[in-house]
Write a protein that binds this ligand. Structure first.
Ligand code: FAD
Length: 453
C-alpha cells in the first residue's frame, strides 16, 4: 500500500526451472518484496547427482525428487505453476506457456530468471536414442532400472550362451563421473544378484566403459584419475579409454580404438553418460537478444548473468555460459543466489552487486560402496575418507530432512545386507507394453552411424 492508500503492485519475478539454479533463486527471494512464480514442466526438483542410484535400484524415485510445492509451501511470496515454457518474448516481457492440460497462454514479468538446464544430446546421432539409455530425467532413470533388471531375467531364461553373455554385458558410453558411478553400481548389483539367480553367474557380468578421451574422470587430478581407474579395473570393469562408439544398434556397440581398429561389443544394455546440450530456451534467448550461443547450446551471458539489452532477464546454470563454468550443481546454485540478490537490490534501489564470481568447491565421484575420489575444498581424497565426504556433501545438498534420513537408511541397508530394495520391473511379461518395450533393443542391427567425436 502506498502512503496515499493506493495498492502498489509488487514486482513480478518469473523463474523458469525448479532445478538447482532456479530453486536457489526462488529461496533467496523469500524475503524480497516481490511475487515469485516458479514454472517447471515437472512437479518436482530433481537431485540429478543421485539419479544413477535410482537407475540401479538403490533409491526410490521419490527419495531424490521432492515436489516443488512441498519445498516452497512455507514461502508466502512464491507460487508454483506446472507448465512448459515454449517461448520467451523479452521485448514484451512475456513467457509463453503450455499447461498440463495442453492449453497455451502467456505470463508477464518484471524480472525473469531462466534456469531450464540441459537435456541429453547424442552429438548429432538422434537415431542412437532408441537404443541408448540416457539419465537426465526421473522417467529415464526408472526406464533404465527396468531394463537392467529385465536383462538379468532374460539372461536367466535363455540356454543360448552367447545370448546370455549379451544380456549380462553392460556398456557405458562416457567415462566422466556419471559413467564411473554407474559402472561401480553395476558391479555391486551383479555381485548382489548372485544370491537370487541360482543358475546364472551374475558375478561374471561384463561391464565396459567406453571413453573417447585418454582417461576417465578428466576433470580430476592425475592421482585421483589413476586411483579410480585402478579400483574399477580391480573390480573387473573393462576400461576402454581413447575409444569411440561409432555405431550403436539394438544388439550392442561398435567401438573404434586409437589405431582405427574396430571391435563389436554385443550388449543387452547401453547406458549413455557422454553428452548433454543446453535447453532450447538458451537458443531462443540468443535469437531474441542477439547473445551468442556456443557449441553446447549455451547462451552467453554478461558478467552479471543478464542478457544483452535486457538487465531484467537472467540465464543461469547448465543453459548459460558464464565464464565457461562446468555444468555442475554448484555453479547453478551460486548463480541462482547471485541473480536473486541482484534483483532484490534493483527493486530496493540499491546499487548492483559486482560481477558474478564463482567459488569453486571442487568435484567428487563415487566408485564403490566404500570408495570414492574427491577433489574438493582444496583437498584430494580417495578411498573411505572420500566416500564419507561424498556422502556428507550429497546428503547436505538433498532437499528435506525426511529425504536425507530415507537416503541414509537405504545406503545403510545396502551396506548391511548387500541388497538393494528397489527391484520392481514396472511392466512384466504379457502386459501391453511390458517386456516388449524393454526388449526394443532386441531388434536386428539398424543404422550404421559414425560418431564425429
Ligand atoms: C546423471 C547426472 C549426474 C550428475 N551428477 C552431478 C554431481 O555429482 N555433481 C554436480 O555438481 N552436478 C552433477 N550433475 C549436473 C547437475 O545436476 C547440473 O549441473 C544441474 O542440475 C544444473 O542445474 P540447472 O538449474 O541449470 O538445471 P536443472 O537442475 O537441470 O533444472 C532445470 C529445470 O528446468 C525444467 N525445465 C526445463 N525446460 C523447461 C521448460 N521449457 N519449461 C519449464 N521447465 C523446464 C526442468 O524440468 C528442470 O526442473 C549431474 C547431472 C546428471 C544428469
Amino acid at each position: 500500500m502506498s502512503q496515499h492508500g493506493l495498492m502498489v503492485a509488487r514486482p513480478r519475478v518469473v523463474v523458469v526451472g525448479g532445478g538447482f539454479g532456479g530453486l536457489a533463486a526462488v529461496r533467496r527471494l523469500a524475503r524480497a518484496p516481490v511475487d515469485v512464480t516458479l514454472i517447471d514442466r515437472t512437479n518436482h526438483h530433481l537431485f540429478q547427482p543421485l539419479l544413477y542410484q535410482v537407475a540401479t535400484g538403490l533409491l526410490s524415485p521419490g527419495e531424490i525428487a521432492p515436489p516443488l510445492r512441498v519445498i516452497t509451501h512455507r514461502q508466502a511470496n512464491a507460487a508454483v505453476h506446472m507448465a512448459e515454457v515454449t517461448g520467451i518474448d523479452p521485448d514484451r516481457r512475456r513467457v509463453h506457456l503450455r499447461g498440463a492440460d495442453g492449453t497455451s497462454g502467456d505470463l508477464g514479468y518484471d524480472h525473469l530468471i531462466v534456469a531450464a538446464g540441459a537435456r541429453d544430446s547424442y552429438f548429432g546421432h538422434r537415431d542412437w536414442a532408441r537404443h541408448l539409455h540416457p539419465m537426465k530425467t526421473l522417467a529415464q532413470a526408472v526406464d533404465l532400472r527396468d531394463k537392467l533388471l529385465a536383462a538379468y531375467e532374460r539372461a536367466a531364461d535363455t540356454d543360448d550362451r552367447s545370448e546370455r553373455d549379451r544380456w549380462t554385458t553392460f556398456v557405458i558410453i562416457g567415462g566422466g563421473p556419471t559413467g564411473v558411478e554407474v559402472a561401480g553400481q553395476l558391479v555391486s548389483m551383479a555381485r548382489q544378484f548372485q544370491r537370487d539367480f541360482h543358475r546364472l553367474a551374475t558375478g561374471r557380468a561384463r561391464i565396459v566403459i567406453v571413453e573417447a578421451g585418454d582417461s576417465l574422470l578428466a576433470a580430476f587430478s592425475a592421482p585421483l584419475r589413476a586411483h579410480a581407474q585402478r579400483k574399477l579395473s580391480s573390480l573387473g570393469v573393462e576400461i576402454r579409454v581413447g575409444t569411440k562408439a561409432v555405431r550403436v544398434d539394438g544388439r550392442g556397440v561398435d567401438v573404434e580404438g586409437g589405431g582405427g581398429a574396430r571391435e563389436r561389443v554385443a550388449a543387452g544394455t547401453v547406458v549413455w553418460a557422454a553428452g548433454v546440450k543446453a535447453s532450447p530456451l538458451a537458443a531462443m534467448l540468443g535469437d531474441a537478444t542477439g547473445a551468442s550461443v556456443d557449441h553446447r547450446g549455451r547462451v552467453q551471458v554478461a558478467p552479471d548473468c543478464s542478457l544483452p539489452g535486457h538487465p531484467e532477464v537472467f540465464a543461469i546454470g547448465d543453459m548459460a555460459d558464464a565464464d565457461n563454468l562446468p555444468g555442475l550443481a554448484e555453479p547453478a546454485m551460486q548463480e541462482g543466489w547471485y541473480v536473486a540478490k541482484h534483483i532484490h537490490r534493483q527493486i530496493t534501489g540499491r546499487s548492483a552487486p559486482g560481477r558474478f564470481r564463482y567459488r569453486d568447491l571442487g568435484t567428487m565421484a563415487t566408485i564403490s560402496p566404500v570408495d570414492a575420489v574427491a577433489d574438493a575444498f582444496g583437498l584430494r581424497l580417495s578411498g573411505v575418507p572420500a566416500k564419507v565426504a561424498w556422502a556428507a556433501v550429497h546428503l547436505a545438498f538433498l532437499t528435506g530432512w525426511g529425504k536425507r534420513g530415507g537416503v541414509l537408511a537405504r545406503w545403510a541397508y545396502e551396506l548391511g545386507t548387500s541388497n538393494r530394495s528397489e527391484r520392481v520391473i514396472l511392466e512384466g511379461v504379457g502386459s501391453e507394453d511390458g517386456l516388449n518395450r524393454l526388449a526394443h533393443s532386441d531388434e536386428p542391427a539398424a543404422e550404421t552411424l559414425m560418431a564425429g567425436r
